[in-house]
Design a protein around this ligand. Structure first.
Ligand code: V55
Ligand code: FE
Length: 494
């Protein structure tokens, strides 16, 4: 019986499924891992276990495969386990894929599990468990030490939304989990819920409201007093889904919309702002409030970067016409509000001049005035090994430290056949100045089957890695991960 992935860009090269669950004690290391880096880098990749039932599929539909890189006294060890979702267990039982179109249960095999989530977008340790999250359902909880799947996580019955974001934030002042749900009452519902869950796992705050329409809200922003929900012009239509179509469709005539909720307010207090049409709000770098102005920094792309969610007529822009630029949106919370008129659309201001995505801040400054960011950047003028053919989706050839106040950039280019996955930032010590520490990222080698974890000094990016940690097999491209200091993990065991 054949079990073979399609030879398409979605399943080859950088996107070839790894499918490897393993444990490697003491990975090979070139250079020195500073012993100040003490904790675990948790990370998850959409990694399809079986070839797609429909013969084709999108990257976002892969089964969540979690990696834990444990840093301890200059050593690094790796554990990798799939999130044992209901969906994956049903597939293992039938020994084939049972799931059809991304986020469309109407296209699943009758033997597929009821819960359609792959838990594949990020992993974050909070209140004693490792949460594996995808925005289409509640998280799964994992044991942070063994990566064993504990089950679907409704926070001990406290969270009743149908969905849960894959981009929660941690309040640096108290460890609260600041999080939300969109399509919160199920597919196609315009309902949004905002939650705050304290460091012990107790629900502190829950606010429900409605958006004008159901659209993707992939990431969000939280400041001391407000929450910002960016609605990307990718809308949902259950009738289309029932006909076997995509969950999301690009709407070139809808603006980039923002709902702003006061953290101590209610549904009636939500303010709406709109930006230019046909634009894609990317991941949040950071956001803060100062003098009545709310600033949200994020890469923005003019056009639809998700080629797998086209417009109604099937059209998508050519990838080479798209470029995501780090932008600052400024919302005047005391102004006259948003007229909704096209000519009054908010215009974001560029913070840098080069394409970038996967931004991360020094999370001790999350939601506060800040100046340091870490991003994956793309410089098309740097050499690329043309024998590799087209550059893969989400190709970034630089790892950069950006000062958003001065515009200063310090970047490392690893070579002509390499590309990065999202970085994390680890402070040099708990009281180090903002942005002073280490940047850790996965580095894919497009020719070989060896992926590395690279560790750079955040103040000397151009000098390249202080350590290259060798993974003896290829990791698939991924989305997100987070750092957990060893003392936070230890505290939860006692
Ligand atoms: C994203 C990723 C997803 C998803 C929806 O990067 C949005 C954005 C990995 O899955 O389901
Ligand atoms: Fe994301």
């Amino acid at each position: 019986m054949s079990l073979k992935f399609p030879e398409t860009p979605e399943f080859t090269g950088l996107y070839k499924p790894s499918r490897v669950e393993t444990e490697v004690f003491d990975l090979e290391i070139e250079g020195e891992v500073p012993s100040a880096i003490n904790g675990t880098f948790f990370q998850v990749s959409p990694d399809s276990y079986y070839p797609p039932m429909l013969g084709k599929d999108i990257f976002f539909n892969g089964d969540g495969l979690v990696s834990a890189f444990k840093f301890e006294s200059g050593h690094v060890s790796l554990k990798r386990r799939y999130v044992q979702t209901d969906r994956l267990r049903a597939q293992w039982k039938e020994r084939r894929s049972l799931n059809g179109v991304y986020r469309n249960i109407y296209t699943n095999d009758p033997l597929a599990a009821d819960n359609n989530t792959t838990a594949n977008t990020t992993v974050l340790f909070h209140a004693g468990v490792l949460l594996a999250m995808k925005e289409d359902a509640l998280p799964y909880a994992l044991d942070p030490e063994t990566l064993e799947t504990l089950g679907i996580w409704d926070f001990n019955g406290q969270i009743t939304s149908a969905t849960f974001t894959a981009h929660p934030k941690i309040d640096p002042d108290n460890g609260d989990l600041l999080c939300f749900a969109y399509e919160a009452k199920g597919d196609g519902t315009p309902d949004i819920a905002y939650f705050e869950i304290d460091a012990t796992g107790k629900l502190k705050k829950e606010i429900w409201f409605k958006a004008p329409y159901a659209a993707m809200i992939h990431d969000f922003a939280v400041t001391a007093r407000h929450v910002v929900f960016p609605l990307i012009p990718l809308t949902v239509d259950v009738e289309r889904m029932k006909a076997g179509g995509q969950h999301f469709e690009w709407q070139p005539d809808l603006p980039q919309l923002f709902g702003i909720l006061p953290r101590d307010g209610s549904a009636d207090d939500v303010m709406w702002f709109h930006g230019p049409k046909n634009g894609f709000q990317g991941h949040t770098l950071n956001s803060y409030e100062e003098d009545g102005m709310l600033q949200v920094d994020m890469p923005v792309t003019m056009g639809n970067i998700f080629y797998f969610f086209p417009e109604a007529d099937g059209s998508v822009p050519l990838p080479e016409t798209l470029s995501s630029q780090l932008m600052r949106w400024t919302f005047n919370l005391n102004g006259p509000g948003d007229s909704g008129a096209d000519e009054h659309a908010l215009q974001p201001r560029p913070l840098t001049s080069f394409p970038c995505e996967f931004p991360r801040c020094d999370e001790r400054f999350a939601g506060k005035p800040y100046e340091h960011g870490f991003v994956l950047a793309f410089d098309p003028t740097l050499p690329f090994d043309e024998t590799l053919g087209e550059r893969p989706f989400q190709f970034f050839n630089q790892l950069a430290h950006v000062n958003v106040r001065t515009g200063e950039t310090d970047a490392w280019y690893p070579g002509n056949a390499q590309c990065f996955q999202e970085p994390i930032f680890v402070p040099r010590s708990s009281d180090a100045p903002e942005g002073d520490g280490y940047v850790i990222a996965l580095l894919n080698h497009l020719h070989g089957d060896d992926t590395e974890v690279v560790v750079l000094d955040s103040l000397k990016m151009a000098a390249g890695p202080v350590a290259r940690i060798k993974i003896p097999f290829r990791l698939r491209m991924s989305l997100h991960g987070n750092w957990t200091p060893a003392e936070a993990l230890a505290a939860s065991h006692s």
